[in-house]
Ligand binder design. Structure first.
Ligand code: PGA
Length: 252
């Protein structure tokens, strides 16, 4: 049984005080919830406040960014050592927004993934096709190429420490969610590719999350599909009550 992951990607929202208030609101709403892993990705300046507010709870805190080097003359970057030092435990890699605006490439995703794993950080690796690519019938080609590039040199032993998030770019922030069948088809293809890279047993144990306009109204159906092992949630993760409802998918 794969433990599902419910992750909130806060993007460039929430100051430290807002992050702290959200977590304080969330804690009682998901107290004693052990069925799923719960993960939040605040913006860099809110990370320390979020780590402190979530200490000793069932909520893990991750960074939306990481560099692959330990230190150096790289203005604006954050190294894995710095994340270790403040107690962040996860990183988000390959999201379509940095792929679009900040020259995130599969090669960089791969360097960052290896660096994160070396430093004991767990990773969420995002892949996803653009609307034109889907319309041209290229969805699976794009996903599998991103997977091959991003996971080059990754071993079966690494598999417990990262998950994949399938995020169709046309569904992110648009309100157009992939249908459960569209998402399931992509997730099944991703799992087959993971089996080629890492072996069938390892692929069966890996979590593949869906992201793209997930909200309280559609999470139950999406997470009922056999290959959908969680959700990466943007806009709808910004309100504690909505996020808590999604942590309790298919029960409340
Ligand atoms: P959304 O974002 O839920 O607002 O579509 C998802 C994401 O970008 O991870």
């Amino acid at each position: 049984m794969r433990k599902k992951v419910i992750a909130g990607n806060w993007k460039m929202y929430k100051t430290p005080a807002e992050a702290q208030a959200f977590i304080e609101d969330l804690i009682p709403l998901i107290k004693d919830h052990t069925r799923d892993e719960v993960l939040l990705f605040p913006s860099p300046t809110s990370l320390p406040a979020a780590v402190e507010a979530a200490a000793g709870t069932n909520i893990c805190i991750g960074s939306q960014t990481v560099h692959w080097l330990d230190e150096g003359a790289y203005t604006g970057q954050t190294s894995p050592r710095m994340l270790n030092a403040i107690g962040a435990t996860h990183v988000l890699l390959g999201h379509s927004e940095p792929r679009t605006y900040d020259s995130e490439t599969d090669e960089r995703v791969n360097l960052k993934l290896k660096a994160a794993l070396r430093h004991g950080l767990k990773a969420v690796v995002c892949i996803g096709e653009k609307l034109e690519e889907r319309q041209d019938g290229l969805t699976l080609d794009v996903l599998l190429a991103q997977l091959s590039g991003g996971l080059a040199g990754i071993t079966p032993q690494d598999a417990a420490n990262f998950v994949i998030a399938y995020e169709p770019v046309w569904a992110i922030g648009t309100g157009h969610t992939a249908t459960p069948d569209q998402a399931e088809e992509a997730h099944a293809a991703i799992r087959s590719k993971l089996a080629e890279h890492l072996g069938g047993d390892v692929a069966d144990s890996m979590r593949i999350l869906y992201g793209g306009s997930v909200k309280p109204a559609n999470i139950d159906e999406l997470l009922s599909m056999p290959n959908i092992d969680g959700a990466l949630i943007g806009g709808a993760s910004l309100i504690a009550q909505d996020f808590a409802r999604m942590v309790h998918y298919n029960t409340k």
